[in-house]
Ligand binder design. Structure first.
Ligand SMILES: Nc1ncnc2c1ncn2[C@@H]1O[C@H](COP(=O)(O)OP(=O)(O)O)[C@@H](O)[C@H]1O
Ligand SMILES: Cc1cn([C@H]2C[C@H](O)[C@@H](COP(=O)(O)O)O2)c(=O)[nH]c1=O
Ligand SMILES: [Zn+2]
Length: 318
């Protein structure tokens, strides 16, 4: 963007006008930045044009004006692929076709249908703007959202001008990739009654420990977990209730934990109520959740062997 494509198109169309050639000029309806029914450069230089939404509309107008000699199209990247056939048809009919469009999108990926149009064109003039950071020749358009580079999964089409885009050279053109929080959510199922022990768990140091509040709505709880995890934080969710407790009277805590099966570990804090531990572990495993650690808050050494044999995990005393 800002390379002077529209200015150049306007210049060529003005010359055709001086030559008294009959012209049809098209601009996509979607581009209403500086006005409709015209081609406008960033300097507000303009020529009048038909504002059309697709190739069908262009074809109709062309049939109504069969003596057209020159056809100009701006922002051709906003038209469907069939605009290539339209251009070919016009050339076969002996008309001169001048189009302007963006070759690369904000990610630096070829913007369809420019690659095909450039391949079939008799003449291609590639214009460059100036990098707003270093003053070198620009390579692509930097999309900025709240002043920060856009992400690679942002929508392809976003009409705008310098409030959204800047010309940038290769070095200063940035596309952000959305990073997935590499930290798994650590659920801490508390089967004992001594919550103070949680601070003693070394593997959870640095974690933001959030207590699950089952008086809230499922949607609210879920969104809060997603938000905290999405913020790239290390989070541990303390479950001070039975995993069979219900949220909103119908949804078990275990159902909620199962929603995060792909991005969570389960840690269990247990005292000497062995049966309770066995039942909890088997319910958790039925949901294919990963039990990472079992922490014993009692010092009953006989439990270690029982847990190892029945659950397959060597418990850690805290
Ligand atoms: N970074 C930039 N590099 C070059 N020209 C710029 C820049 N920013 C704004 N401009 C202005 O934009 C004009 C080109 O506008 P325009 O023809 O609409 O470009 P395009 O259609 O390629 O976006 C230039 O003549 C200049 O006045
Ligand atoms: C890079 C890029 C641009 N756009 C939009 C933004 C503008 O409305 C036009 C380009 O206009 P210009 O005449 O070249 O200044 O295209 C878009 O929708 N998606 C993109 O990736
Ligand atoms: Zn630069």
């Amino acid at each position: 963007m800002f390379s002077g494509k529209s200015e150049e198109l306007i210049r060529r169309l003005r010359r055709a006008k001086y030559a008294k050639q009959k012209m049809l000029v098209f601009s996509p309806t979607i581009d209403d930045r500086y006005g409709v029914n015209g081609i406008y450069s960033h300097n507000k230089n303009n020529v009048s044009a038909y504002s059309v939404k697709d190739v069908n509309e262009m074809t109709k107008i062309l049939y109504e004006n069969p003596d057209t000699e020159v056809i100009g199209i701006d922002e051709i990247q906003f038209f469907e692929k069939n605009v290539v056939d339209f251009c070919k048809k016009c050339i076969e009919l002996g008309k001169r076709v001048i189009v302007a469009g963006l070759d690369l999108d904000f990610k630096g990926v070829p913007f369809q249908p420019l690659p095909e149009l450039m391949a079939i064109a008799d003449e291609v003039e590639k214009l460059s703007a100036i990098c707003t950071v270093c003053g070198n020749k620009a390579y692509a358009s930097q999309r900025l959202i709240d002043g920060k580079p856009a992400y690679d999964d942002d929508p392809l089409v976003a009409v705008g001008s310098d409030e959204k885009y800047e010309a940038r050279c290769r070095m200063h053109h940035i596309v952000r990739k959305r990073t997935v929080n590499p930290n798994l959510i650590e659920f801490i199922v508390q089967l004992d009654s001594d919550s103070k022990k949680i601070e003693d768990i070394k593997s959870l140091s640095g974690y933001n420990i959030v207590k699950l509040d089952i008086s809230k709505k499922v949607k609210e709880i879920r969104e809060n977990i997603l938000k905290l995890h999405g913020e790239d934080r290390k989070i541990a969710i303390l479950i001070p209730h039975s995993i069979s407790s219900r949220i909103e009277g119908k949804y078990e805590v275990l159902d909620l934990m199962a929603e995060f099966v792909k991005c969570s570990n389960i840690n269990i804090l247990s005292d000497d109520k062995f049966e309770n531990l066995i039942t909890t572990c088997s319910l958790i495993r039925k949901c294919e959740l990963n039990i990472k650690n079992i922490y014993l808050t009692c010092d009953n050494k006989t439990d270690v062997e029982k847990i190892k044999k029945n659950i397959g995990i060597i418990p850690i005393f805290i």
